[in-house]
Design a protein around this ligand. Structure first.
Ligand code: 4AD
Ligand code: MG
Length: 465
């Protein structure tokens, strides 16, 4: 028994041989005494043409087999006279495994991505989603390969946490308590009666734990599911997404950007090399010009500007922004798009953001020239079409500075002693970043909605299945 991938890869080897193959009907058509089935088994983006004649005793039945029925095909591999494929199979026997019910929704017509999101079982069988999910798999492998080749240790950070890594309060709570009727003390939920004796959440980032691991292994990375209860119903936010978080000891923000740039280029190159058919498909049907753009990305340096320079560029722009531009604002999607799509037309690192809009752990800059505008050693990578795909920073490794900052922010220091300990015992300058996996997949495939790069999307107001 062979997969379609195996047959197509070395098809010359199989010509004139009898083989057995299993798969699902993608399309089917027939005339008086000959029929054609496009068979897919998902091992290859290309399907395999099966030709059958009325010498098969069940010819009349086969003609009526519905789309997506599963079949076993026995037949001979022959060179195809058609120009769309090198080979085809002349079937000697076609046996159904399970015929699809006649109401199978995948007819030849095109379905909207919105409709397909509601059809879990056949969504990954469509060309678009089949291609996206294979690219997801390849990109994940490329990420592990990249860090492995550099000697980074893959650190597994917890999904259940009792700290808020981003300090943004956008966490999903985990509890065994019946929250419609929780035990209460002074009107508050009494977590002493719960599993962990305290409030526990799904992680928003593995960074704090990755920092601990980095100061034992120097270079580590995490790659896992991440959860955010952000109430943003946009095409770029999911409640459950995957994040890759490298963390490097003895490294400053510049090292961090260099690695990030190399990292993004590596993933793109790997996918271009290993998914040529899928990438061709995206470039034809999803985003014209995609391939040319990606080739430009891997062959050119990313731009690097400071936040203050970004604000100056935006102020000089002859564009009316909906959200007014002034030093201190968080850059909005429209601003990010203007900078990447109108000005640089390529990925742009923006560094040194105002302290007030970034997370507590970021290292303060020495803002001697502008003490009234304190900044931190942060960097975001913005790309055309998607916006922010990376957020990172150098970490505050000075105990006194970090403690003072956390007190300022009224954080519960008691809860973070384990994190502060890292600054007590052999603290070193260290940096890292988080790459949003779905966002980089959007960038590589040209797919514009985050829901459509997730096999089972979870977004605000939506958790199907
Ligand atoms: O910028 P963020 O919030 O940074 C952190 O979480 C840091 N702790 C990372 C670090 O330094 N180790 O998130 C990092 C990236 C974003 O740039 C974005 O690509 C992605 O994670 N991201 C999301 N992707 C999809 N849906 C969401 N709701 C996302 N929130 C962040
Ligand atoms: Mg960010």
């Amino acid at each position: 028994k062979l997969t379609i991938r195996e047959v197509l890869k070395e098809y010359k080897k199989f010509i004139d041989q009898d083989i057995v193959i299993e798969g699902w009907i993608k399309t089917s058509r027939s005339s008086k005494n000959i029929g054609f089935i496009e068979l897919t088994d998902g091992t290859s983006f290309s399907s395999l043409q099966i030709v059958y004649g009325d010498d098969l005793e069940n010819f009349k039945d086969i003609e009526k087999y519905t789309i997506s029925s599963s079949l076993t095909i026995e037949g001979k591999v022959v060179e195809s006279p058609g120009k769309n494929q090198d080979i085809e199979i002349h079937a000697t026997k076609i046996t159904p495994i399970c015929l699809s019910q006649s109401d199978y929704p995948l007819q030849k017509k095109r379905h909207t991505v919105e409709y397909l999101r509601t059809q879990a079982h056949f969504r990954p069988r469509t060309n678009l989603f089949n291609a996206v999910f294979r690219v997801r798999s390849l990109a994940a492998f490329a990420i592990h390969k990249f860090f492995n080749e550099k000697g980074f240790v893959y650190a597994h950070t917890p999904i259940l946490t009792s700290s808020d890594a981003e300090g943004a309060g956008e966490m999903f709570q985990v509890t065994t308590l019946d929250l419609t009727d929780p035990p209460k003390t002074d009107g508050c939920v009494d977590y002493r009666e719960d599993f962990f004796d305290k409030p526990v959440h799904l992680t928003v980032s593995g960074q704090l734990e990755a920092e601990i691991m980095a100061e034992a292994f120097t270079n580590v990375y995490t790659f896992g599911p991440t959860f955010r209860a952000e109430n943003s119903n946009t095409a770029r936010h999911a409640a459950e997404f995957w994040m890759i978080e490298p963390e490097m000891a003895f490294a400053d923000i510049k090292v961090c950007m260099d690695i990030a740039e190399e990292h993004i280029k590596y993933i793109i190159n790997y996918v271009l090399d290993n998914a040529p058919e899928e990438m061709e498909f995206f470039s034809k049907f999803v985003d014209k010009g995609l391939l040319e753009r990606l080739h430009n990305v891997v062959n050119n340096e990313f731009a690097r500007i400071t936040y203050t320079e970004a604000i100056d560029i935006l102020k000089e722009a002859k564009v009316e922004f909906a959200y007014p531009v002034e030093w201190g604002i968080d850059l909005q999607t429209e601003h990010e798009r203007y900078i990447t799509e109108q000005v640089f037309k390529k990925p742009v690192f923006v560094t040194d953001y105002p302290k007030a809009i970034k997370a507590f752990y970021m290292k303060g800059n020495d803002d001697k020239d502008a003490p009234d505008r304190p900044t931190v050693a942060a960097m975001d990578l913005l790309v055309p079409g998607v916006g922010e795909i990376i957020g990172g920073s150098q970490r505050e490794h000075r105990l006194d500075v970090l403690e003072a900052k956390m007190k300022d922010l009224k954080m519960d220091l008691e809860n973070y002693q384990w994190y502060l300990d890292l600054r007590r015992y052999g603290s070193v300058p260290h940096s890292g970043y988080g790459l949003g996996f779905e966002r980089v997949i959007m960038y590589i495939t040209g797919v514009s909605n985050i829901r459509d790069v997730l096999p089972f999307p979870r977004t605000v107001g939506s958790c199907e299945f």
